[in-house]
Write a protein that binds this ligand. Structure first.
Ligand code: UTP
Length: 297
């Protein structure tokens, strides 16, 4: 029997410089897609995959994120008094139980690998998930749930993978594929942010991982890599190099890079168009502005 994946690490200690000046005071993960903060999408996806313990790696200035997960008894009371039961339900659905959420500080932004390592004492000898809330994935079956199901077949470590054109590879960690088994690929290595000519495949890693504790042990030894940061991909690649099983998983769904402005805007439009209460107005507006744009060309 494989151990269940019940813990997830959410590394949210980055500086979020691409969203300055907003991120001077608003953590990126609290920015809203329509009316829900990015982090709520990640929490919901994790819950659907069976995660019971939510470990946030935070940094200075992320207080609003911790506040978001607090209960709001006064607000709940007011909504109850006003008979706003639907809003009350929305609010309650975002509540976290006491003890299911933990916060660890990353004192310096030394990289994603370092952020994950900071949570090592909360992960015993068990597999765990890592989720980057900037990657928002619209999918019929939530992405992490797809991965947990695949992981129960394969074991080992598993990273979510997505096909990208060669000129985009330098923005990602890229898989060196040993064997392509369809949705799952067996991985023999990973290269972080390769130049287009050095990319070993067109499969890029995005922000969902299921990792074995050996990856944390590798992080004890890993020195800084691409961009001077301690890279999570290097620690996973070290597992593959040591002959341990590492897989890529081609998830079904659409991923939005909400760590970039363009991706965030696209996600906003896509998620709004998926909403019954917003679709019609937004579609009319988009049609109007594209018609004006076309006429101007
Ligand atoms: P990014 O590469 O998107 O960096 O990190 P960032 O700081 O969030 O944003 P920019 O590039 O300055 O705009 C990917 C994920 O890794 C986390 C980030 O919080 C984000 O969830 N991270 C990164 C850490 O937790 N610690 C780090 O040292 C670096």
């Amino acid at each position: 029997m494989r151990k269940k994946v019940t813990k997830a690490i959410f590394p949210v200690a980055g500086l979020g410089t691409r969203f300055l000046p907003a991120t001077k005071s608003v953590p990126k993960e609290i920015m809203t897609l329509v009316d829900r903060p990015l982090v709520q999408y990640a929490i919901d996806e994790a819950r659907a995959a069976g995660i019971k313990e939510f470990i946030f790696v935070t940094s200075r200035g992320k207080g609003a994120l911790e506040d978001y997960f607090d209960h709001a008894p006064m607000l709940e009371q007011e909504l109850r008094r006003a008979g706003k039961t639907e809003l009350l339900e929305t609010l309650r659905a975002s509540n976290m139980e006491s003890g299911e959420i933990a916060y660890i500080r990353q004192h310096r932004a030394l990289g994603l690998g370092h952020a994950v390592w900071c949570a090592r004492r909360l992960i015993a000898n068990e597999p765990f998930a890592v989720m980057l809330p900037d990657d928002v994935i619209a999918a019929e079956k939530p992405c992490l749930q797809q991965m947990v199901e695949a992981y129960h077949e394969t074991g080992g470590s598993m990273v979510a993978a997505m096909e990208v054109p060669p000129e985009k590879a330098s923005a990602y960690g890229v898989l060196d594929v040993a064997e392509d088994l369809g949705a799952v690929v067996q991985v023999k290595g990973m290269v972080e942010k390769p130049a287009p000519k050095d990319a070993p495949s067109n499969l890029a890693v995005i922000g969902r991982y299921i990792l074995t504790p050996s990856v944390l042990q590798n992080l004890n030894r890993i020195k800084s890599g691409a961009g001077g940061e301690i890279q999570l991909t290097d620690a996973i690649a070290a597992d593959a190099a040591a002959g341990r099983a590492v897989y890529g998983y081609r998830f079904r769904g659409q991923r939005f890079d909400c760590g970039s402005k363009a991706g965030f805007l696209q996600a906003t439009v896509a998620f709004a168009l998926a909403r019954d209460d917003l679709r019609e107005d937004l579609r009319r507006y988009l049609n109007e502005i594209t018609a004006v744009d076309r006429a101007a060309q």
